[in-house]
Design a protein around this ligand. Structure first.
Ligand code: GRF
Length: 211
């Protein structure tokens, strides 16, 4: 069932490997997630996510920070491209930059992120390394709405992953990543079907006369 009249239009921001983006796209192409990827934007021209998007005939853009005087100007350029592509929901998928308040104001309550830990534990970089160093027996991944803090916005979904005695950063990261690939598409599916209501998204759709 679709919550919106048209498939939800996603804008994906990715800096690197893009395996979460690939998992989301696969779920869309299988018909599991009633959404469409309107554009994939990267801050790095070499990001694998871009090649993957192009091989699926998706619109892509590279916006490089070095071409802008500051973070606000960079974010404005990204927002312009998202808006031009008619993006309704922004999906951060391994995007290695913090978004500015102006970015969030352009998509209030409509920016998602996935983090490889059970927030609020282990925010920031190297979450899996932090979990191992602390000695927790369970970690996992979290899909949350982005706010102005670091990995601190409202939590939408989480999945737990056991930390094994012989885990190292690589093995734990790989097991968490496998869960991320299920969790992120599922969170987007629930948003697209209205099972998860994002107040910011519903309001924006009403204004556009979509929902
Ligand atoms: C994932 O572990 C995600 O949780 C984190 O960055 C990584 C991105 O991986 N935010 P990929 O680019 O999606 O493969």
């Amino acid at each position: 069932m679709l919550f919106f009249d048209l498939p939800l239009r996603l804008g994906v921001l990715a800096s690197g490997r893009g395996s979460n983006f690939a998992a989301i796209l696969e779920a869309i192409e299988h018909g599991t997630v009633p959404a469409q990827v309107a554009i994939v934007i990267s801050d790095r021209p070499e990001a694998r996510a871009l090649g993957h998007a192009q091989s699926h005939n998706l619109l892509t853009a590279v916006v490089e920070p070095r071409n802008f005087p500051d973070r606000a100007a960079f974010d404005l350029a990204v927002v312009e491209r998202l808006r031009a592509a008619g993006v309704q929901l922004v999906v951060l998928a391994g995007f290695m930059r913090l978004v500015t308040p102006a970015f969030l104001a352009a998509f209030p309550g409509r920016v998602l992120n996935i983090h490889p830990a059970l927030l609020p534990s282990f925010p920031g970089l190297h979450a899996q390394r932090q979990a191992l160093a602390y000695g927790v027996k369970v970690s996992g991944c979290t899909v949350h709405v982005v706010d102005e803090g670091v990995d601190s916005g409202p939590i939408l979904m989480q999945r737990a992953v056991a930390v094994l005695d012989d885990d190292d950063e690589e093995s734990l990261s790989a097991r968490i990543l496998a869960e991320e690939h299920k969790l992120y598409p599922e969170a987007i599916r629930r948003i697209a079907t209205g099972e998860i209501r994002l107040p910011g998204l519903s309001l924006a759709m009403q204004r556009q006369g979509v929902a």
